[in-house]
Design a protein around this ligand. Structure first.
Ligand SMILES: Cc1cc2nc3c(=O)[nH]c(=O)nc-3n(C[C@H](O)[C@H](O)[C@H](O)COP(=O)(O)OP(=O)(O)OC[C@H]3O[C@@H](n4cnc5c(N)ncnc54)[C@H](O)[C@@H]3O)c2cc1C
Length: 400
């Protein structure tokens, strides 16, 4: 949009756009949730790393370019606009990486960040447990003291792509007598270490995008503890801030999807509202629950994506001026996850029955897959019910 200020990053933006134009594979991309698709995406990450584009906001020593937050947002705009592949490294580069930059030792950063940037080591997040999801502090997996390190035992679940990943980071109870939020330690472990069993779980689309991780006295050296033993909760909250906040779901993802939605609407209905050749736009199916027309719903999604973009740039400017991102991250998380569901629902309604036939859902494809994944948005990164509680208590100051 020409009337919106283009963020800084002119030369980087131009380089990224050109590089993506030359490198993003034409044609369909395999799912990241299968063994072959996972390796396909690893190869893509390596190609980006070779161009020093995999982690542009990290310091150069670790494979980055020291890009500013605004430059990174520009990169993300270009990335999604080019329909570039899903970031298979996302748990590492967007969650663990920033956590190590903030809380790790220089030895950990030098040892772990470069292979993460090159996708030589792809990381899974091992936080949730069968009886600890929203109430993360209820975790029961244990870390027991051993000579030179710790022995991990217990069960983790819903770990995205852990069936194929190399290593994982998680919280473990290291002091059973301490109060629930204390006595937790943040540790990293090898998913192929002796004592680790990984069992894939099929997701809604049938692919093994999750896994359970069973740990039976898995040895982890002291060097793989992040921060101090017992300080895991505080560090985990910093990881969660990255997950809900700027890094995991940048606005480029939604502005690009909203542009594609507008394109789909033009093809199926046309700006004049005349019925097109495909889809159900203009019919009852394309009406929202409140009776709004397809055009209104497309416009709402488009405006919401731009609003999220502006909100994110405002946050980035505040952070650049030395501010911090605290409970406000929950606002963004609720907003993008609900926007994503509404946007994909609108696309499916525009397509009508064709939405269910792969390849017939238009040149952008994958609306149905996108919808199924969007449904998970209100659940992962902390459910929206929990985020609303955070907003009520910590931002609005309502009683507990
Ligand atoms: C696509 C996807 C990817 C994921 N990837 C990972 C991953 O890589 N690693 C990982 O560790 N986990 C992952 N998760 C798990 C995710 O973090 C949990 O599903 C989430 O934290 C909720 O926990 P739960 O499933 O145990 O549900 P529960 O905590 O049992 O919640 C069930 C329902 O009750 C509601 N509820 C619970 N407590 C409250 C409360 N106090 N007030 C109001 N409502 C409440 C919840 O909002 C929810 O609707 C992923 C989940 C999804 C869907």
């Amino acid at each position: 949009m020409s009337e919106e200020p283009e963020p800084a990053a002119g030369t980087l933006r131009a380089e990224v756009r050109e590089w993506l134009r030359a490198h993003v594979p034409a044609g369909p991309q395999p799912s990241v949730d299968t063994a072959e698709g996972f390796e396909w995406h690893r190869a893509w990450e390596r190609e980006m790393a070779a161009a020093r584009l995999s982690v542009i906001s990290w310091p150069a020593d670790y494979g980055g370019r020291g890009a500013t937050l605004l430059e990174w947002l520009a990169f993300e705009d270009e990335y999604y606009a080019a329909s570039a592949p899903v970031r298979v490294s996302q748990n590492g580069i967007f969650l663990l990486g920033p956590t190590l930059l903030g809380h790790g030792t220089s030895e950990q950063r030098a040892r772990l960040l470069p292979p993460m940037a090159r996708a030589d080591e792809i990381w899974a997040q091992a936080w949730s447990e069968p009886d600890a999801g929203s109430d993360l502090a209820a975790i029961r997996s244990r870390a027991e003291r051993a000579d030179g390190g710790w022995l991990l035992s217990g069960t983790k679940t819903w770990s995205s792509r852990a069936a194929f990943a190399d290593r994982a980071f998680g919280l473990f109870r290291s002091d059973a007598r301490a109060e629930k939020h204390r006595g937790l330690t943040y540790l990293m472990f090898d998913l192929r270490a002796p004592g680790v069993t990984v069992r894939p779980i099929a997701q809604l689309d049938g692919e093994p995008g999750f896994a359970e991780i069973f740990l039976d006295e898995v040895f982890v050296p002291d060097a793989d503890v992040i921060g101090e033993p017992g300080d895991g909760w505080r560090i985990a909250m910093s990881t969660a801030g990255h997950e809900r906040g700027l890094s995991l779901r940048s606005p480029g993802r939604f502005t690009a999807a909203a542009e594609r939605l507008a394109g789909l609407w033009r093809r199926t209905t046309g700006p004049a509202g005349s019925p097109g050749t495909a889809g159900a736009a203009g019919t009852a199916e394309a009406m929202g629950a409140a009776g709004s027309t397809a055009a209104d719903r497309v416009a709402d999604a488009w405006i919401a994506a731009r609003a999220y973009r502006l909100h994110t740039y405002a946050t980035a400017a505040r952070l650049a001026a030395g501010g911090t991102l605290g409970a406000e991250a929950s606002l963004g998380k609720v907003f993008w996850s609900e926007l994503d569901v509404a946007l994909h629902e609108t696309a499916l309604d525009l397509l009508g029955p064709q939405a269910e036939i792969p390849g017939l859902d238009g040149p952008d494809g994958r609306w149905l897959d996108g919808y199924l994944f969007a449904l998970a948005g209100p659940i992962y990164a902390g459910t929206n019910e929990i985020q609303r509680t955070v907003i009520a208590e910590r931002l609005l100051g309502l009683p507990r």
